[in-house]
Ligand binder design. Structure first.
Ligand SMILES: NC(=O)c1ccc[n+]([C@@H]2O[C@H](COP(=O)([O-])OP(=O)(O)OC[C@H]3O[C@@H](n4cnc5c(N)ncnc54)[C@H](OP(=O)(O)O)[C@@H]3O)[C@@H](O)[C@H]2O)c1
Length: 332
């Protein structure tokens, strides 16, 4: 039996279970030459999937209603008619939310379970790690002694950004959605200070207090009001990496906020949108550095692992709601 999760209908506002549908079908798959049969092991649930559930132009095409969703998946090759892959290999690709599926092998990347746990290839050794490393380096251009502030700091990308900031000798401040997460930033990821955006009654003042010398780099994972507040603390030549805007992904109206131009002009500051796939030529060097730091114990990571293929939609909804720490992953 093969299980598949489809997009049942597009969400308006926050997604719910009603947007997904699980179906079952007979496993009558057969392979042609060059194909491999894959069994899904781990599924990555990511904020960008929310954008793909809507029918709006973006940097990745929208999901089709009635069709399976897809995302980063680690799968095991269970049968192969492709000379590059053998039974028992583990591979990574953007694959459908199915328990079993056929691939032509074209985009499959082998991953080594002896070098790192398989789930890590969806997080710190996958898109998450690359996003953190390349966003911070390519746009943030960090210099020792500077102050970095990170929103979505206890999440998959944010927790890695902060740790890299510390390795590079920056003062690092994180913004997250609970006291427990703020504590985790300091105790596990080495951040200097943290702000709970849900309990502070004056975000601008909290940022000024946490960053008395101002902000040189802002790694923005959330957009919206939090990011508006950071503008009031940016320094001359500050750099903002617009990596994500999860706080407005469910908005049905175009969000409004402070007018950014005066802040950028008076501080000669930069704000730049970041999409990790634009930097694919730098993936090998970024991955080499991330693996090295991980091996040396300079980087660590947190995962929240949800068991069961059928729980993938709920894992996605919980990730969007912040009901997890670090990278949210489904184990099938
Ligand atoms: N541009 C790229 O190439 C690229 C690549 C990967 C990821 N991203 C973006 O980077 C961001 C982080 O991705 P991720 O995979 O690391 O996800 P994540 O941070 O692990 O999970 C999302 C987190 O966002 C926070 N959040 C939800 N609603 C919020 C709100 N209204 N205000 C503030 N925070 C809110 C929640 O944590 P709290 O408990 O702290 O609220 C939640 O845990 C996302 O915006 C994503 O779209 C961009």
């Amino acid at each position: 039996m093969i299980q598949t999760i489809h997009l049942k209908k597009r969400p308006i506002g926050a997604p719910t279970q009603d947007n997904f549908e699980l179906t079952e079908s007979e496993n009558d798959l057969t392979l042609k030459d060059g194909e491999v049969l894959l069994e899904t092991k781990y599924i990555s649930v990511d904020p960008y999937l929310r954008g793909r559930m809507s029918d709006a132009k973006s940097y990745v095409p929208p999901f089709e209603v009635g069709q399976p969703l897809n995302s980063g998946i680690i799968a095991e090759v269970i049968e192969s008619k492709n000379e590059n892959f053998k039974k028992g290999d583990f591979v990574r690709d953007r694959l459908d939310w199915k328990t079993v599926q056929v691939s032509d092998g074209e985009n499959l990347q082998k991953v080594d379970p002896d070098k790192a746990p398989l789930s890590a290839y969806l997080g710190i050794l996958g898109m998450t790690g690359l996003t953190a490393y390349l966003g911070l380096h390519e746009i943030g251009k960090p210099k020792k002694g500077e102050t970095l502030i990170v929103s979505g700091a206890a999440g998959a990308v944010g927790s890695v950004v902060g740790q890299i900031g510390k390795i590079l000798g920056l003062t690092v401040i994180g913004i997250a959605g609970s006291d427990e997460k703020v504590e985790l930033l300091k105790s596990e990821f080495g951040f200097d200070r943290g702000i709970n955006y849900k309990t502070t009654d004056d975000m601008k003042a909290s940022i000024k207090e946490a960053a008395p010398n101002g902000v040189d780099i802002y790694f923005d994972n959330v957009g919206g009001e939090i990011s508006d507040a950071v503008l009031f603390s940016i320094n001359k030549f500050a750099r903002t990496i617009n990596c994500g805007a999860i706080s407005v992904y469910n908005n049905t109206e175009t969000p409004t906020g402070v007018s950014v131009q005066p802040f950028l002009i008076k501080n000669s500051a930069l704000m730049q949108g970041f999409i990790v796939s634009n930097y694919s030529d730098k993936f090998p060097e970024a991955m080499e550095q991330l693996s090295k730091w991980l091996g040396e114990g300079k980087l660590t990571y947190r995962e929240t692992i949800v068991e069961g293929f059928e729980n993938t939609p709920q894992a996605f909804l919980d990730m969007m709601d912040g009901k997890k720490k670090g990278k949210m992953i489904v184990k099938v």
